[in-house]
Design a protein around this ligand. Structure first.
Ligand code: GDP
Length: 309
C-alpha cells in the first residue's frame, strides 16, 4: 500500500517514526517543506529535510528531535569565537550534510537529486522529496518588518507579534519530480501533525500540489498538532489565529478543508465533532500524543485504519 506524508520537521518526524513500523518503508514517500531552508555560513541548510532523513536513517537525536545523535558543536563554538553569528545550531556531524548538499547544488544538481543521494548513502528505503527544487522562503512580518523564518523561530524563539506569513518564490515554483505522481498513486495521503501555517502551508502553496490533493483518489487524513486550544509545541496556534482560523482542531480542519477526509484529534476534543462534520471532515477522537515510539506506532496504525474506512 503506497502512503504519502506531507511533512514539516519535528512533529512529522515523530509520526514517521511510528509509520515505518506499520508500513513497508519502500512504499512510503515523504514530501517535505523547504520554505524554512536557509543559507548559513555560506552553506545551504534544509532543516525539515534533514530532520526527516535523520529520523528515517536512524541518525536523529532523540532528545532534541532535530540534528544528529552523538553530536558535538566545536565548529559552532569556533565560529562564535571568530565573531560570527552562532544562534543557528549546526553540529559538527550535521555540517557534513550541509557541505555535501551545498557542493552538489553549486555544481547544478537539483535539491531532489541531492536528497536522493543522501538517502541512499544513509540506507533509507523510503522516498524523501523536497516539495520543490525551486527556492521558496517563508517570510514572517513582525513589528519591525520582514524576517526569514529561522530568524523568527530560532533566533527570536518565536516571540513577538506576527502580522503576516508569506512564501516567497512559491507562486513560480514547480513541484519536485515525483511529488504529483506520488499523491495520485497513493492509497492514503497523511498530513503530518506539523504546523499548518509554516510547515504544511508552504507545501500547499506550490502550484499543483493542492490541486493534486483535491483530485487524487487517495483518502487524505491529517493528525492535529493542536489539542484543546494549544499546540503541543511551537507557534502553530498563534499563526493559525493570524490566518483567521480557530486555534483548535477545527482550525486544522479548516486549513485542509478542500481535500481532507479524516482528522485525528485528541479524545478530549470530542465536543468539536459536529463543527468538523459541518466542514465535511470526519473526526476520529483518540490519543494523539507521540511521546515515544510505541504511541507514534499506534497513532500511525489508527491513521491508516481511519483512512481505509
Ligand atoms: P518544525 O516546527 O519545523 O519542527 O516541525 P513540525 O511543524 O513538523 O512540528 C511542529 C508541530 O508538531 C507543532 O505544531 C506541534 O504542536 C506538533 N507536535 C509536536 N509533538 C506532537 C505530538 O506528540 N503529537 C501531535 N499530534 N503533534 C505534535
Amino acid at each position: 500500500m503506497k502512503v504519502v506524508v506531507l511533512a514539516g520537521g519535528t512533529g512529522a518526524a515523530k509520526f514517521v517514526r511510528g509509520l515505518v513500523r506499520v508500513v513497508d518503508p519502500r512504499e512510503l514517500t515523504v514530501i517535505v517543506n523547504t520554505g524554512d531552508d536557509l543559507e548559513w555560513w555560506g552553506l545551504h541548510v534544509s532543516p525539515d529535510l534533514d530532520t526527516i532523513c535523520y529520523e528515517l536513517g536512524g541518525l536523529l537525536d532523540p532528545q532534541r528531535g532535530w540534528g544528529r545523535r552523538e553530536e558535538t558543536f566545536h565548529c559552532r563554538d569556533a565560529m562564535a569565537a571568530l565573531g560570527r553569528a552562532s544562534w543557528f545550531n549546526l553540529g559538527d556531524r550535521d555540517l557534513a550534510t550541509h557541505l555535501f548538499r551545498s557542493e552538489q547544488l553549486r555544481a547544478g544538481v537539483p535539491l531532489s537529486e541531492v536528497t536522493a543521494t543522501l538517502c541512499a548513502r544513509w540506507g533509507i528505503a523510503s522516498h524523501v522529496l523536497p516539495m520543490t527544487d525551486a527556492r521558496v522562503r517563508t517570510i514572517v512580518t513582525m513589528d519591525d518588518g520582514d524576517v526569514p523564518f529561522q530568524e523568527f523561530f530560532v533566533h527570536r524563539r518565536h516571540a513577538g507579534a506576527v502580522h503576516a506569513v508569506r512564501f516567497e518564490g512559491a507562486a513560480g515554483a514547480r513541484p519536485a519530480p515525483g511529488v504529483i505522481d506520488a499523491i495520485h498513486e497513493a492509497a492514503i495521503v497523511v498530513i503530518a501533525p506539523s504546523n499548518p501555517v509554516t510547515s504544511v502551508g508552504p507545501i500547499l502553496a506550490v502550484p499543483g500540489i493542492t490541486e493534486a490533493l483535491n483530485t487524487t483518489a487517495a483518502r487524505v487524513a491529517a493528525i492535529s498538532p493542536i489539542t484543546g486550544s494549544a499546540a503541543f509545541s511551537g507557534p502553530a496556534a498563534r499563526l493559525m489565529a493570524m490566518r483567521g482560523w480557530p486555534t483548535t482542531a477545527v482550525g486544522v480542519a479548516m486549513a485542509y478543508q478542500s481535500f481532507l477526509d479524516v482528522l485525528l484529534c485528541d479524545a478530549g476534543d470530542a465536543a468539536l465533532g459536529p463543527e468538523m462534520e459541518a466542514l465535511g471532515v470526519r473526526p476520529v477522537f483518540t490519543s494523539i500524543l507521540m511521546s515515544g515510539t510505541a504511541l507514534a506506532e499506534r497513532l500511525a496504525k489508527e491513521t491508516l485504519d481511519a483512512g481505509a474506512q
